[in-house]
Unconditional design. Structure first.
Length: 232
């Protein structure tokens, strides 16, 4: 019984504190460091509020879960619908502007940065928000829409718009997002700047092709119109 209670307490409250030092380089340990994490990290507060609101939501209690969610958004800048399912060890860094919809499911050890939206695509009912599997990292400002799945240990680049499911252990970037290969180079958990940009690569390829065509056109013009030696 005590073990079950401890496991429940760890998953619901403690795990979100313990993951902070490994994912936030600004976090400190020691007595005052842990106190700062508990008192000054809005992402933790939002998840704690959500745990209580979700419990009441599952019990079918009217109004109160949504009221707690509203109070949490006012205090933290993070909106999590009480119907959403949040796993253990989820870390919301900074958190301002994060929105998690009613039928969203977030697995264990997921990291969300500020401005992330897990939203729906319309007024359809039923499962209409994303499922985020374990170990996923979602960069700042990313928008993930609809009943899609982001596979385990995947990375979503900052500012991306994801409207299709992403396989496990992949990286997706762009608007709309595309799954990109990393060419065997490991992308560190926090190094979003090393994720390739397919749109920039496309523009660079077009630039190279235009320069090549320009060079070939100039060569053809020199052959077709030889220089007139009588011209000054």
């Amino acid at each position: 019984m005590m073990k079950r209670l401890w496991n429940s307490f760890y998953r619901n409250f403690l795990s979100h504190i313990l993951v902070v030092p490994e994912r936030d380089p600004a976090a400190r340990t020691g007595f005052f460091g842990w106190l700062e994490i508990v008192l000054c990290y809005p992402g933790i507060h939002a998840i704690w509020f959500h745990r209580i609101a979700h419990f009441l939501w599952v019990l079918g209690i009217p109004l109160l879960p949504r009221l707690l969610s509203h109070i949490s958004r006012w205090l933290t800048g993070i909106e999590i619908h009480p119907g959403a399912k949040i796993g253990a060890g989820v870390f919301i860094d900074h958190g301002s502007g994060v929105v998690i919809g009613e039928t969203a499911e977030v697995g264990d050890n997921v990291t969300l940065y500020q401005g992330v939206t897990l939203g729906g695509t319309g007024k359809e009912r039923g499962k209409r928000h994303p499922t985020i599997e374990d170990g996923v990292v979602i960069g700042s400002g990313a928008i993930i829409l609809g009943n899609i799945t982001v596979g385990r240990n995947s990375r979503i680049g900052a500012g991306s718009v994801v409207i299709k499911s992403v396989p496990a252990n992949a990286s997706a970037v762009g608007v709309p997002s595309k799954v990109v290969s990393i060419n065997g180079v490991r992308v560190d958990l926090l190094e979003h700047h090393r994720i390739p940009d397919p749109q920039m690569e496309m523009f660079q390829q077009l630039k190279r092709e235009i320069e090549e065509l320009k060079s070939r056109l100039e060569s053809l013009e020199r052959i077709a119109v030889p220089e007139d030696p009588s011209m000054p």
